[in-house]
Design a protein around this ligand. Structure first.
Ligand code: GLU
Length: 459
């Protein structure tokens, strides 16, 4: 018996060494890509017990293969601004994995976009999309273009130039981009118009489209609602609920606004939200209609909220939002917005649950802090999968040439989020990490893709 256990622990150690070696190779082959390394490390650390139990994943070099994108496309995006200056941005599409379906994932337009950001997002997307249970592979793209402060004409010309190149690589059955930070329905409209002009009217080539030309009801709400549905399941399982709780939601984009809306519907008091300049705090609860008006209609900074709401306080420094005491925190702004210090503050202020609406909003140290302190933690690749899930439902509607009602889409979304929660919870239990949804989501997402890769041979 002792020998068996000893052999087992020696084998586990050798698997750990193997995983560390593969990770070192990833770092050496992709230097200066810290966000990408971070995303890979989190997944790899979760997979050790899976590899111990399933040696075929090692012999088939699944880790070595899955970290290498099937294709990375980087291209020049020239356009002319309103002053007649020629401007140049860099565009990307990373077609990461088509093991379980066409590449699927958003486009991000933000000055911080580079290869590391797009690869971390694309890598996460593989497992997220697998978790949705829909037949979609992983991809991501974008450009270091900043839509902020640009006129509609400039945004349109940029999108047209971007699509002239991107159109060569996408299609309804191969790669279906959508929105992400900086890409909303306006940008999707311009991108779709250009694609249609060049290749014909193929509705299924992009998701997040306007409702008048192939878009799905509830797509706009899907990521935020989905995050709250996921967190609701996690809370329920632990005899907690949104009802009567105090909630902080970072960001004030699409994800945040609809997370706030759903949390409020479930009886929560949402006391703070933010943009990249700063955050607003109202101890009696925010007025969502005012936030929507400022961000969706007037397109102004969140600081203007206090003009009509003197009872609220505006503070510079968006990450200061994590100093606000709350029961539930929903980071819905961007990657690495919660570092260890912010995580410690949240914990000492009594937070009970974290639900990640943004992609990878907590650093590895922050996640560690939450887990060590037994804070309920809903990781992004599970908790924010609602957006891409409804994108897959949009693809299904486009193929069938029909539309579902808001209620139909919303109830499918709700069912998907519940099942992602259950599958992540089950995988965590099965691999000896009960309650650890980081491990559970990574494992549940990985196994499906890894098995599909093995069944399809070395490709
Ligand atoms: N950008 C979103 C995400 O991070 C949605 C992607 C999609 O709808 O394809 O999952």
């Amino acid at each position: 018996m002792i020998t068996v256990e000893k052999n087992q622990s020696m084998y586990t150690e050798s698997v750990q060494n193997y995983v560390s070696q593969v990770f070192e190779t990833v770092k050496n082959r992709n230097p200066n890509e810290s966000e990408f390394h971070q995303a890979v490390k989190e997944v790899f650390d979760s997979l050790i017990p899976v590899l111990v139990k399933n040696p075929q994943y090692i012999s088939q070099a699944i880790l070595e293969r899955i970290v290498e994108p099937e294709r990375v496309i980087s291209f020049r995006v020239p356009w002319v601004d309103n002053q007649g200056n020629v401007r140049v941005n860099r565009g990307f599409r990373v077609q990461y994995s088509s093991a379980i379906g066409p590449y699927k994932g958003g486009l991000r337009f933000h000055p911080s976009v580079n290869a590391s950001i797009i690869k971390f997002l694309g890598f996460e997307q593989i497992f997220k999309n697998s978790l949705t249970g829909q037949p979609i592979g992983g991809g991501k793209g974008g450009a270091d273009f900043d839509p902020k402060g640009k006129s509609d004409g400039e945004i349109m010309r940029f999108c047209q130039s971007f699509m002239i190149e991107l159109s060569k690589y996408i299609g309804p059955d191969t790669d279906v981009p959508a929105g992400d930070i900086g890409v909303g329905s306006k940008e999707i409209g311009f991108l779709f118009g250009q694609y249609k002009k060049m290749r014909g009217s193929l509705a299924g080539v992009l998701t997040g489209k306007g409702l008048g030309y192939g878009g799905s009801l509830a797509r706009k709400e899907a990521t935020g609602y989905g995050t709250v549905y996921f967190v609701e399941e996690m809370l329920k399982d632990n005899n907690l609920s949104f009802e009567g709780s105090t909630v902080v939601v970072s960001g004030s984009g699409n994800v945040s606004i609809y997370a706030i809306e759903k949390a409020m519907k479930l009886g929560a008091k949402v006391v703070a939200c933010s943009d990249s300049n700063g955050y607003i705090y109202d101890k009696n609860g925010l007025n969502l209609e005012a936030v929507k008006r400022i961000k969706e209609v007037e397109k102004k900074r969140i600081s203007t909220y206090v003009t009509d709401h003197p009872e609220a306080i505006y503070s510079e420094n968006c990450n200061g939002i994590w100093t606000v005491p709350c029961d539930i925190a929903l980071p819905c702004a961007t990657q690495n917005e919660i570092d260890q210090k912010s995580a410690e503050l949240l914990v000492s202020n009594g937070v009970k649950a974290i639900g990640e609406g943004a992609n990878m909003p907590s650093t590895l140290e922050a996640v560690e802090t939450f887990l060590e302190n037994n804070i309920l933690f809903a990781p992004s690749k599970a908790a924010n999968a609602g957006g891409v899930s409804v994108s897959a439902l949009e693809m299904a509607q486009n193929s069938a040439r029909l539309y579902w009602t808001f209620e139909e889409v919303d109830s499918k979304l709700h069912a998907i989020m519940k099942s992602i929660y259950q599958n992540s919870k089950k995988a965590a239990q099965e691999y000896n990490a009960p309650g650890n949804l980081v491990v559970g989501a990574n494992i549940a997402g990985f196994i499906k893709v890894a098995d599909a890769m093995i069944e399809q041979g070395v490709i």
